[in-house]
Ligand binder design. Structure first.
Ligand SMILES: [Zn+2]
Length: 257
């Protein structure tokens, strides 16, 4: 594994310096893919939606302006080395607070924020612990509903632009799988089956796994088994590629947590 130069940012809230480690190359071993698109076994990347280590404010790093992304000389870095702090990963309570305070300004940002909450809660299932507390379950369900609504709206807008979704378009395929998965999480098993069946026939091996869970009325995140033992699952790994882009302007949040 090789680590490159760190990226430095200035927190838009407290103006203090924070940094992210950049990876040049890395190895993945023993990775597993899950039905929500998460791939485990990666190094611990700083997420695009990160938390200031000084004041706790959240930022979408890809949105920070030039003035908030700093370049330092080696001497500056030496002076600052002991004082510097690394960007943190937000906790669920930070993310929920961000939703309530209207932190996301566009539909793309709200999708990223709510996807992060979804993944964080799903991590409980990934660890083999299927027990949500009553409040976690309520949060999970509300968030699944809101995220599903946003994705369907987003997908609808994309359809208008392109007339129809290309079945070989990996991005749209992944959105479609996420929509199916959220329906399953919400116990809309017929709807999940309906959406998953629209995937190309080459993905039968993957479709069958979702359909089997629908039949068993199992709503929680599960590990996807590869088509063949030596092949990897062709979903975009969420942990490896934080979403980019500024999203649509003029979006107003419709659903409160
Ligand atoms: Zn700060």
């Amino acid at each position: 594994m090789d680590i490159g130069n760190d990226s430095y940012f200035k927190c838009p809230s407290c103006k203090k310096k924070m940094y992210r480690t950049n990876w040049i190359s890395y190895h993945v071993s023993g990775g597993k893919t899950f039905s929500d698109g998460v791939f485990t076994g990666m190094p611990h990347f700083t997420p695009n939606l990160a938390k200031c280590p000084h004041c706790g404010a959240l930022s979408f790093l890809n949105n920070l302006k030039e003035t908030e992304i700093e370049r330092y000389s080696k001497a500056d870095l030496r002076d600052d080395y002991t004082k510097r702090k690394k960007l943190e990963e937000p906790e669920i309570k930070d993310l929920v607070k961000a939703v309530k305070q209207g932190f996301a300004k566009t539909s793309k940002e709200e999708i990223e924020l709510r996807t992060t909450i979804w993944i964080e809660l799903n991590n409980k299932c990934r660890r083999g612990d299927y027990v949500f507390t009553k409040s976690e379950m309520a949060l999970w369900e509300k968030n699944c509903k809101a995220l599903l609504s946003l994705l369907i709206q987003d997908q609808g807008n994309a359809k208008k632009d392109t007339k129809e979704i290309d079945p070989n378009d990996e991005k749209n395929l992944n959105i479609q799988i996420t929509i199916a998965e959220l329906h399953r999480n919400l116990e809309h098993y017929d709807k999940c089956a309906e959406v998953i069946k629209t995937l190309p026939k080459e993905m039968k091996w993957l479709k069958d796994q979702y359909l089997k869970k629908c039949k068993a009325q199992n709503r929680f995140t599960f590990e996807l088994k590869n088509k063949k033992p030596h092949e990897s699952v062709s979903l975009s790994p969420r942990s490896a590629s934080p979403r980019k882009g500024k999203g649509k302007k003029g979006h107003s949040r419709m659903i409160e947590l």
